[in-house]
Design a protein. Structure first.
Length: 355
C-alpha cells in the first residue's frame, strides 16, 4: 500500500479542518476569469473549477466497513459534481454541487441523477443544504451567502442574501417547521435565519430579499465551522442544531428562543442531519461515518446507538431518509477544499438500510 493511500485519512481530516482556517478566503471565493454573465440572472461557470491543480486520476481509498454492506450506489451524471447535501420528496432525490451550484435530480430508485438546474443560474454559484417542502425546493448558497426557493418545476420563487456584514458567511443547511417556516444555519455567523411560510409558497416571481435573523446561537468560535446540520424535534416545537467543530447538539425552542445543549458524547465533524421519529442520523464528514443517535422523550439527552461506515464512503457531508433507507453523499470535499487528487473519477451517493 502506497504512502499516499495510507495517509489518505489524515489528508482528508486536514482538508476538512481547512474549511475553518480558510474561511475568509473561501467566503471571498470567485470563479475563474472565464466565468461571464451572459444574461440577467444567468451566469456561466467553469464546470470543474477545483481540478485545475489536482490530479484527475482516481487513487485507492480504504475505509473500515460495517458488518452489513447492503450499500447501493447512485451515480451523478457530472465528472465534477461535489454533492454536499441531499433531499427527497415522494418522486425525486435531489443533490447539489458546492463547486458551481448545479442541482441534480433523479426518480426514487433510479441509479443516476441528472442535471436539473444549471450552475450559475439565478446567481446560484454554490449549493450546500437542500430541502423539499410541499411543491418547493430549497437550496442554500454556501460561502456566497445566499439562499434560493424554487418550485418543483424549476421556477425561481425568490432568492435571498445574508445581511451585509464584514463577517464571513457559510449558509449551510435548512429545516422546515410544522407551520411551514424555514430555518437556516450559517456556520460562520452565530445566527439562525427564518423565511416565513408565506414567502416560501408565494408565486414564482423571482423576487430578491434579505435573510432575517430569527435567533442567536451560543458557543460560536470565530474562525471555526459551528452551526451546521439542522432538523426539527420529534414534537415539532424545537430545532436541533449540530455544531461541526465541537460536535455538540443544541435544542432551540421555537416559541421562546430558549437554547440548551443536548447531553450526549461529542460527535465532531457532524455535518448533515436527518431525523426519523426520535432517531437522528448524523453524517460525520471527516470520520466517514454515520452516527445513529436516539433522543430522550424530552429531547434533553441523546444516546449514540451506533456508528458505521460503508464501502466507498468518501467525506459524508449530507444525509436523507428515503423510505426505509438512508441516502448519503460521497462529496470528495477534500478535493474541493484542498485540491487533493480525486479518490474516484465518478461522483456518487450511497443508499443504505436505515437500521
Amino acid at each position: 500500500m502506497s504512502t499516499r493511500t495510507t495517509s489518505r485519512r489524515a489528508i482528508r481530516r486536514r482538508a476538512l479542518v481547512a474549511l475553518t482556517t480558510m474561511s475568509a478566503a473561501l467566503a471571498a471565493f470567485t470563479f475563474p476569469a472565464s466565468a461571464t454573465t451572459v444574461a440577467a440572472g444567468t451566469t456561466t461557470v467553469d464546470q470543474c473549477p477545483y481540478l485545475h491543480n489536482a490530479a484527475h486520476t482516481a487513487v485507492t481509498h480504504t475505509v473500515a466497513t460495517a458488518a452489513h454492506t447492503d450499500a447501493r450506489t447512485i451515480t451523478i451524471d457530472d465528472p465534477c459534481a461535489y454533492p454536499e447535501s441531499i433531499a427527497a420528496d415522494n418522486d425525486y432525490i435531489y443533490t447539489g454541487n458546492i463547486s458551481n451550484g448545479t442541482i441534480y435530480r433523479g426518480r426514487i430508485g433510479a441509479k443516476t441523477l441528472e442535471p436539473f438546474l444549471p450552475g450559475g443560474q439565478d446567481g446560484r454559484a454554490q449549493a450546500t443544504g437542500i430541502k423539499t417542502t410541499g411543491d418547493r425546493l430549497l437550496v442554500a448558497g454556501a460561502f456566497k451567502g445566499n439562499f434560493f426557493v424554487y418550485t418543483k418545476t424549476g421556477k425561481l420563487v425568490s432568492s435571498y442574501s445574508v445581511p451585509t456584514s464584514t463577517e464571513p458567511t457559510l449558509v449551510n443547511d435548512a429545516a422546515v417547521a410544522a407551520n411551514g417556516d424555514v430555518y437556516i444555519t450559517d456556520s460562520f455567523r452565530a445566527v439562525v435565519y427564518r423565511i416565513p411560510a408565506a414567502e416560501v409558497h408565494a408565486p414564482a416571481t423571482g423576487v430578491h430579499r434579505i435573510l432575517q435573523v430569527a435567533y442567536h446561537l451560543p458557543d460560536y468560535v470565530p474562525g471555526q465551522s459551528n452551526g451546521n446540520g439542522i432538523v426539527t424535534s420529534p414534537d415539532g416545537k424545537s430545532l436541533i442544531i449540530g455544531y461541526w467543530s465541537s460536535g455538540a447538539l443544541y435544542r432551540l425552542t421555537l416559541a421562546t428562543g430558549e437554547i440548551r445543549k443536548v447531553a450526549h458524547p461529542p460527535l465532531h465533524s457532524a455535518d448533515g442531519i436527518a431525523r426519523r421519529g426520535n432517531t437522528l442520523y448524523i453524517a460525520r464528514s471527516v470520520d466517514n461515518t454515520i452516527a445513529t443517535v436516539r433522543l430522550s422523550g424530552d429531547g434533553t439527552r441523546g444516546t449514540v446507538v451506533s456508528e458505521r461506515t460503508y464501502p466507498g464512503a468518501d467525506t459524508t457531508t449530507g444525509i436523507a431518509v428515503v423510505g426505509n433507507r438512508l441516502v448519503v453523499t460521497n462529496s470528495q470535499m477534500d478535493t474541493f477544499l484542498y485540491h487533493d487528487p480525486l479518490t474516484r473519477s465518478v461522483f456518487t451517493l450511497a443508499s443504505l438500510p436505515a437500521n
